[in-house]
Design a protein around this ligand. Structure first.
Ligand code: NDP
Length: 291
């Protein structure tokens, strides 16, 4: 078939096909004239980062703002919110901080409305906020701890995404980025609720990706390995030295990640560069998950 097209198509259907292939090759060539770095430009995009007042969220918020986005961070702690807001403003991009406790469902709707009123319709939602209960396993973990982790790490992602997706679907454009974990792949005898929530994030990501693809909304996840933040501070304490040694031995890169090392992947997933990427979970882990 292909050979007959390349040579000299006899049938008129093949000639039409060949002609449209040439047209599309020409059109694609024109598209590729855009400078590749422009694909990562976030100018004019409104980005929400939940848990943007510290750790990984702070790096992602600052990274997106530096790439030109207007950034709204969402967090409970007002002092931390204001600190990061000041840093965001230094980038020169519009920014705001919303004091929201994502475990309180009645705060979601008003928060989204407030952000969209101040910043404009949301283009990118980064569901990053999270807590962990290092309970030591299901025999120790209380039902209350379980509920708190699931509410923040999973239910809030579903509910906040639902609000953002409505707005994105109406405008036929949008990106949702969920933060998974190595525990999206592996079980944990120490933090079962965390592992359950992070495993579910991968499936929720795929489900949303399928549903929202017709609306030109891409949904992906990032699975960070071990990163230096407040959340993981206990793992670097002398009490958990054995666990820390195990992490370092298992990570081919032989070290912990720094939160800024997640910015590149987040900007890729937030930008035009990833318009044909959806439902994926990208590990950023120094190789931890490959063995
Ligand atoms: P941090 O503890 O440093 O930050 C957690 C963030 O979530 C804070 O900004 C916190 O804000 C916010 N947050 C927590 N609960 C709520 C809530 N109910 N409502 C609003 N905001 C909330 O953790 P990391 O930066 O390490 O973690 C960020 C994400 O990355 C989490 O989802 C975590 O599970 C995930 N992750 C982290 C890894 C790591 O190695 N650090 C590895 C894999 C995944 P506030 O203080 O105001 O409550």
């Amino acid at each position: 078939m292909i050979e007959s097209l390349i040579l000299k198509p006899a049938r008129w259907e093949d000639r039409v096909l060949l002609y449209s292939l040439r047209i599309s090759a020409f059109t694609n060539r024109k598209e590729h004239k855009m400078h590749p770095m422009k694909l990562f430009d976030l100018n004019g995009r409104v980005v929400i980062v939940t848990g943007g007042n510290g750790g990984i969220g702070r790096s992602l918020a600052l990274g997106c703002a530096t790439a030109g986005a207007s950034v709204a961070i969402v967090g409970r702690n007002e002092e931390k919110n204001q600190q990061v807001l000041a840093e965001l403003k230094e980038t020169g991009s519009p920014a705001m901080a919303a004091r929201v406790d994502l475990s309180q469902r009645d705060q979601h709707g008003p928060a989204m409305q407030d952000i969209e009123r101040q910043m404009g319709p949301v283009d990118v939602l980064i569901n990053n906020a999270g807590i962990v209960s290092l309970s030591g396993g299901i025999l120790q973990e209380s039902a209350e701890d379980w509920d708190n982790v699931i509410e923040t790490q999973l239910n809030a992602v579903f509910l906040f995404s639902k609000l953002a997706a409505r707005s994105m679907a109406e405008r036929k454009t949008g990106k949702i980025i969920n933060i998974g974990s190595m525990y999206s792949y592996f079980g944990s005898a120490v933090a079962p609720s965390y592992s359950a929530a992070k495993g579910a994030i991968v499936q929720l990501t795929k489900s949303m990706a399928i549903e929202l693809a017709p609306y030109n909304v891409q949904v992906n996840a990032v699975a960070p390995g071990w990163f230096v933040t407040d959340m993981t501070a206990p793992v670097r304490s002398p009490e958990l030295k054995e666990m820390n040694d195990e992490i370092l031995a298992r990570t081919p890169a032989g070290r912990w990640g720094q939160t800024d090392e997640l910015i590149g992947t987040a900007i890729f997933l937030a930008s035009q560069a990833s318009d044909f990427v959806t439902g994926a979970t990208i590990p950023v882990d120094g190789g931890y998950s490959i063995r």
